[in-house]
Design a protein around this ligand. Structure first.
Ligand SMILES: C[S@@+](CC[C@H](N)C(=O)[O-])C[C@H]1O[C@@H](n2cnc3c(N)ncnc32)[C@H](O)[C@@H]1O
Length: 273
């Protein structure tokens, strides 16, 4: 890949998603672009860049972000967050609910990828929220991955480490042509709304603030200024005293933000703000 092509792809990806592709990502970009060249039937990177500059670029830009971004995720990833949700956030928020007139416990899985995070939150809340209604919003920049999340169908190897009682309660096993696949049961799927959203663009379409936001393993792809902007945006969407969960490799120590760290990778919005 020529320098000019890499620089162009970097700038397009940054503009679209704010994903910051450093020079160390050159190999990865090159490998992932190979798929897009085949899919768009162009022979050279030069021609692909021309396509991205042309009139029909819009759809391909979306595919490019899809190809570049990493969707890796799994059920109950970084389990301490789900324990915290069950043992601290839910009891604390439900004790405040009446005085605050919160009709519902609202959680946002920001950058939800293929849904494992949002459904793990749903399983946790189903087990501990009691009679307090709850709802989960889940968003991602990738249309392709959102379609997968919405379907809620996972292969054996994605769910094989989940305990049998979780499998029995929340999944339907596929038979015949669906053998080897497991679908999240409708009752749980209905508790999660998946929507397309670029976290750094426009205003998220939510009316109510959130008691808890999960925004994990996406900030690592952003530069410092973007991380700061994102944490500011997310903080404004939390109720006072609400919690932000970030990935364990995503310390907020080096950026300015209004939150207080309560545990590694768990931050709280001050009560009086
Ligand atoms: C590695 S996955 C993290 C999934 C999940 N949160 C977890 O921790 O397992 C990162 C996700 O961030 C999404 N993403 C990247 N840039 C984004 C942006 N600007 N707005 C919204 N989502 C974005 C990607 O599409 C991808 O699905």
């Amino acid at each position: 890949m020529r320098d000019s092509e890499f620089d162009f792809i970097r700038s397009v990806v940054y503009e679209r998603s704010r994903i910051n592709l450093g020079p160390d990502k050159r190999e990865l970009v090159s490998a992932r672009l190979g798929k897009r060249l085949r899919a768009t039937n162009v022979d050279t990177l030069e021609a692909y860049c021309a396509l991205l500059r042309g009139p029909g670029a819009e759809a391909e830009l979306s595919n490019l972000i899809d190809a570049i971004s990493t969707n890796h995720t799994f059920f109950f990833r970084e389990n301490a967050h789900f324990d915290f949700l069950r043992d601290r956030a839910v009891p604390e928020m439900s004790a405040r609910a009446k005085a605050e007139r919160w009709a519902r416990f609202n959680v946002w899985s920001a950058a939800s990828s293929s849904g494992e995070e949002a459904y793990s939150i749903a399983m946790t809340l189903d087990g501990c929220a009691g009679s307090w209604p709850w709802q989960i919003e889940a968003t991602d920049i990738s249309h392709r991955i959102l379609a997968k999340a919405q379907a809620g169908i996972y292969k054996d190897d994605t769910v094989n480490r989940l305990p049998p009682d979780i499998m029995r309660t929340y999944f339907q096993r596929g038979f015949g042509p669906q053998e080897g696949f497991h679908r999240v049961k409708a009752a749980l799927r209905e508790k999660v709304t998946f929507r397309h959203l670029n976290l750094l663009e426009g205003e998220p379409p939510f009316r109510d603030p959130f008691q808890v936001i999960f925004c994990r393993n996406v900030m690592i792809y952003f530069d410092r200024a973007t991380q700061e902007e994102l944490v500011g945006r997310l903080s404004r969407r939390l109720v006072p005293g609400g919690y932000l969960m970030v990935g364990h490799s995503e310390s907020l120590t080096h950026i300015n933000h209004p939150l207080k760290m309560v545990r590694p990778a768990i931050y709280q919005k001050p009560l009086a703000s």
